[in-house]
Ligand binder design. Structure first.
Ligand code: TXA
Ligand code: MG
Length: 327
C-alpha cells in the first residue's frame, strides 16, 4: 500500500476510501472545498450535512496544533475526552475557527466542526503522510451511498462506490469496531451524546466525572440520527425471539423471502429461510453487524427479522443502528 501516493492523490483534490477502526471513510482534503464537494456528489448526500474531519494525532503538542487548526476553542471536558479516548472511535463537535473548512462543516453558517483522531494503523499512517504534504485533516463520512449501510470492508466500499472514477480504495481488512464513532457535542457548556457508539454513555461519564446528557431539540442535527438510515433494501423488523419463532411456525414449510438474525436459536421449518446467529456479546455483534445486514440483504430476501437487542448501555450503539435500519 503506497500511502505517500495516496496522500498525493488527496493533495491533488481526489478521493481516497480509507479503513478506520469503526467503518471505512470516503476522504478528501478537508481544506479544499472542491474536493469536499466531490464527497457529497459521490455519496448522493445533501451538501448541508456536516462531515467529520479526521486528524493524525501524535504527541500532545502535535495533536493540539491539529485541533487548533480547525477548532476555535476547546472546553476542558473535551480535552479530558481526547486524552482518554483518542486515538479511537470518538468524534467531538467543537466551536469552529471561522472560515476554516466551511464545506466540510456543511456550510459557512455552521459554527461547529466535528473532529476525530482514528486509531486504525492505516488511517493513522495516511493522515501522517498527509500532514507531511501539507494536508491538515481529512473530511470523511462513511464510504456508502447516502442512507445505506456503512462499509466495514474494502469489498463493501467497492460495491457502494466502485463507479466513482478517481477513487483510490485502501484495503485495511475488516473494521474491528464495526459501527460508527460515538459523537459528543462539545460546542456547548455541557457534553451531549449525539450518536451512541461503542464508547458508551457510562464510559464517557466515568472519564469525565460528570453527566453526559442525551440530545434535546436544541442539539445540532446529525444525519446518522435521521430516523431512517443504515437501511438495507429488505425490510428490517425487530422483535423478540419467541415472536420470530411463532411467525416461522405459522408460515411452516412455505416460508420464503425471510432472513433471521437472533441470539436465541430459532428453527424455521422451511429450508428457504436464511438464519444467522447474533453474538451474545455487544462488541462481537457490532463488529459483524453491517456485514451481516449486507449478507442477508439478498435479492430473494424481502424481510429480515432481527431479535430485539438487550436494553443495556453496552448495546446502545447496536440498538440504535438496528432501530434506524428498521425505520
Ligand atoms: O466512525 C465514524 O464516525 C465514521 C468514520 C469514517 O470516521 N464516519 C462517519 O461519518 O460515520 P458520517 O458522515 O457517516 O457520520 C457523521 C455524523 C453525521 O451524522 C453528521 O451529521 C455528524 O456526524 N456531524 C459531523 N459534523 C458535525 C457537526 N459539526 N455538527 C453536528 N453533527 C456533525
Ligand atoms: Mg454515514
Amino acid at each position: 500500500m503506497d500511502l505517500q501516493a495516496a496522500a498525493a492523490h488527496l493533495k491533488a483534490g481526489h478521493l481516497v476510501a480509507l479503513p478506520t477502526e469503526t467503518v471505512y471513510g470516503l476522504a478528501a482534503d478537508a481544506d479544499q472545498p472542491a474536493a469536499v464537494a466531490r464527497i457529497f456528489q459521490a455519496k448522493g448526500r445533501p451538501a448541508d450535512h456536516p462531515l467529520i474531519v479526521h486528524i493524525a494525532g501524535g504527541t500532545p503538542e502535535a495533536l493540539r496544533a491539529q485541533v487548533d487548526h480547525y477548532a476555535e476553542s476547546v472546553p476542558a471536558f473535551a480535552r479530558t475526552l481526547m486524552a482518554r479516548f483518542w486515538p479511537g472511535p470518538l468524534t467531538l463537535i467543537l466551536p469552529r475557527r471561522p472560515g476554516v473548512a466551511d464545506a466540510a462543516a456543511g456550510g459557512a453558517h455552521n459554527p461547529t466542526i466535528g473532529l476525530r483522531c482514528p486509531a486504525h494503523p492505516v488511517a493513522h499512517a495516511l493522515l501522517q503522510a498527509c500532514l507531511e504534504q501539507g494536508v491538515h485533516g481529512l473530511a470523511a463520512p462513511s464510504a456508502n451511498r447516502f442512507g445505506r449501510v456503512s462499509p466495514t470492508s474494502a469489498a463493501h466500499v467497492q460495491d457502494e462506490l466502485g463507479h466513482v472514477p478517481d477513487l483510490l480504495i485502501l484495503d485495511g481488512g475488516h473494521c474491528p469496531v464495526g459501527i460508527e464513532s460515538t459523537i459528543v457535542d462539545a460546542s456547548r457548556r455541557q457534553p451531549v451524546l449525539l450518536r451512541p457508539g461503542m464508547i458508551s454513555q457510562q464510559a464517557l461519564e466515568e472519564a469525565l466525572g460528570m453527566p453526559v446528557a442525551l440530545p434535546d431539540a436544541a442539539a445540532p442535527r446529525v444525519s446518522g440520527s435521521l430516523e431512517s438510515h443504515y437501511a438495507p433494501r429488505a425490510q428490517v423488523r425487530l422483535m423478540p425471539a419467541a415472536q420470530i419463532q411463532t411467525a416461522l411456525d405459522l408460515l411452516g414449510s412455505d416460508a420464503r423471502h425471510i432472513a433471521v438474525y437472533s441470539r436465541q436459536v430459532v428453527q424455521p421449518r422451511s429450508p428457504h429461510v436464511r438464519v444467522r446467529r447474533m453474538p451474545d456479546d455487544a462488541e462481537a455483534c457490532a463488529r459483524q453487524l453491517f456485514a451481516v445486514l449486507r449478507e442477508l440483504d439478498q435479492p430473494d430476501v424481502r424481510l429480515i427479522w432481527v431479535e430485539t437487542p438487550p436494553q443495556d448501555g453496552l448495546w446502545a450503539g447496536v440498538a440504535d443502528r438496528l432501530a434506524r435500519a428498521a425505520a
